[in-house]
Design a protein around this ligand. Structure first.
Ligand code: ZN
Length: 104
């Protein structure tokens, strides 16, 4: 679980990390795509767009689903489907479906 907590931090304020990565994955839609596909970012507005610190703190939006859930290989975490599914289950499942308790 600690690994998933650590990886979650890389899904925000990740401008530099995504920029240095080759492949990225989305923990929300569980797709994998080249870093160049990430073109949408949040965090900048009219007031801070020239502030280098604010630029570094931008958060990538997934090019496939628009969620702030992108992690790049530069984070050191494995960008493959099974890891993204684990991240998805840990952080992006808003509904947890539990089977009803077995009747005795
Ligand atoms: Zn996505």
């Amino acid at each position: 679980m600690n690994e998933l907590v650590a990886a979650y931090r890389y899904t925000t304020n990740n401008w530099a990390q995504i920029g240095a990565s080759r492949m990225c994955g989305c923990c929300s839609c569980v797709q994998i795509f080249p870093a160049e596909e990430v073109v949408a970012w949040t965090g900048l507005d009219m007031h801070n767009m020239n502030d280098p610190k604010a630029v570094d703190n931008q958060t990538a939006l997934c090019p496939r689903c628009g969620t702030e859930a992108v992690i790049g290989d530069k984070s050191g975490f494995p960008i493959h489907a099974s890891f993204l599914v684990r991240m998805n289950e840990a952080w992006y499942q808003r509904t947890i479906i539990r089977p009803p308790p077995a009747k005795k």
